[in-house]
Ligand binder design. Structure first.
Ligand code: NAG
Length: 166
């Protein structure tokens, strides 16, 4: 299919493109670029990243507006602060990310991309590793705010008290 644009459409398009380049990058989009520069998909963190910090040891701290729930293949909970060691192709020693797995909520320990050309990403949930398609993680997901009652990350994966805010 060929797309033919009128001159006005073209100039509006160019204007919008210029404007979008002039706007300051949001924390979410600059974190997306950072992840992509490390061989990871850009959508590992949700769209409501407030700020993040990466120290010279590769310790990454991501601050969200609050705890929230998103969905990749299954539901995931992000704590208001998520920490991990960032290296090329991997986030290890993750803290603050929990994934639903067969009715349990299990902390995600690591996220690894060994070979981007495989199109696969490895999620380390301690008891097991699972392989998913990289395409699930391309864009930062929408993350619904949740109200947490007690500990968000229960080590046993049970009794997680939270409510999705409407
Ligand atoms: C993360 O990095 C710190 C040093 O910055 C190190 O002490 C720690 O063991 C690392 N954790 C993992 C799981 O690699």
């Amino acid at each position: 299919m060929t797309l033919t644009l009128t001159l006005t459409q073209k100039s509006i398009f160019i204007l919008l493109l210029t404007l979008s380049l002039l706007l300051p990058p949001t924390a979410t989009s600059s974190l997306k670029n950072l992840l992509e520069s490390r061989g990871l998909p850009g959508g590992l963190f949700p769209e409501n990243v407030k700020s993040y910090n990466l120290d010279q040891n590769g310790r990454l701290e991501v601050y969200l507006e609050g705890p929230c729930m998103a969905k990749f293949d299954t539901r995931v909970l992000f704590d208001s602060v998520v920490r991990a060691n960032l290296s090329y192709g991997g986030l290890v020693g993750l803290e603050g990310l929990t994934q639903e797995e067969l009715f349990l909520w299990l902390p995600v320990k690591g996220i690894i991309v060994n070979d981007p050309s495989s199109g696969l990403i490895l999620i380390d949930i301690g008891l097991a590793r699972k392989q998913l398609s990289l395409s699930l993680f391309e864009d930062p997901p929408v993350c619904k705010h949740i109200q947490v009652e007690g500990d968000l990350v229960d080590k046993a994966g049970r009794k997680l008290g939270f409510q999705v805010q409407r």
